[in-house]
Design a protein around this ligand. Sequence first.
Ligand code: ATP
Length: 205
Amino acid sequence: MTAPATRSLRIGVFGGAFDPPHLGHVALAKAAIAELSLDRLLVIPTGHAWHKARALSPAEHRLAMATLAFAGIPEVQVDARETRRIGASYTVDTLRELHAENSGAALHLLIGEDQARALHTWHESEALPALAIICVAARADSTGAKGQFDALSAEIPGLTVLHMPPMAVSATEIRQRVASGESIAPLVFEPVARYIDQHLLYRPH
Ligand code: ATP
């Protein structure tokens, strides 16, 4: 008798500042779970984001908002590991930890197009494709040229393109809207908007 074929656990890894998490993040998560048949998706807010010029909101707020934003997706677990790290936080370390914790799992690293283009600047970027399948989603502010991922595919071995329709939303726009008193209702889930309001986030000082 042959043993039944076992399929390795498929785990998505979605890092970001999530300052705040918005509907573009949620759309990417849903598309990835469906297209990649993910068993689990770890949403991992960054700790000290070495590549972001501005200071991020405190991790407790970003974790709380991520929990609210992804609450409707059962596969998602919000994972605080990077916010607990002292010093710079690198994706390569997170992927190595996850392999140690989930032997044989197929890790899928989810990134938007802007981050895919900057991937070569990440710490130990050349090690990433061996640790995870890198999956990219288009962003609406891109040139939209046909074959826009051709050059990236040549640079990033195994690059997988997600087919979600691009969504024109960014955390930058949300922070700017809050600072200028405009509504953010179309860009975030209502519980996240309420959290931002209650905790006076992104208000001008
Ligand atoms: P900011 O405007 O502050 O730079 P952001 O909206 O890009 O923030 P991040 O938390 O930095 O949000 O993004 C986390 C990940 O989600 C990144 O890989 C980013 O490319 C991706 N992402 C963010 N918004 C979108 C979107 N609208 N469509 C596809 N991917 C997105």
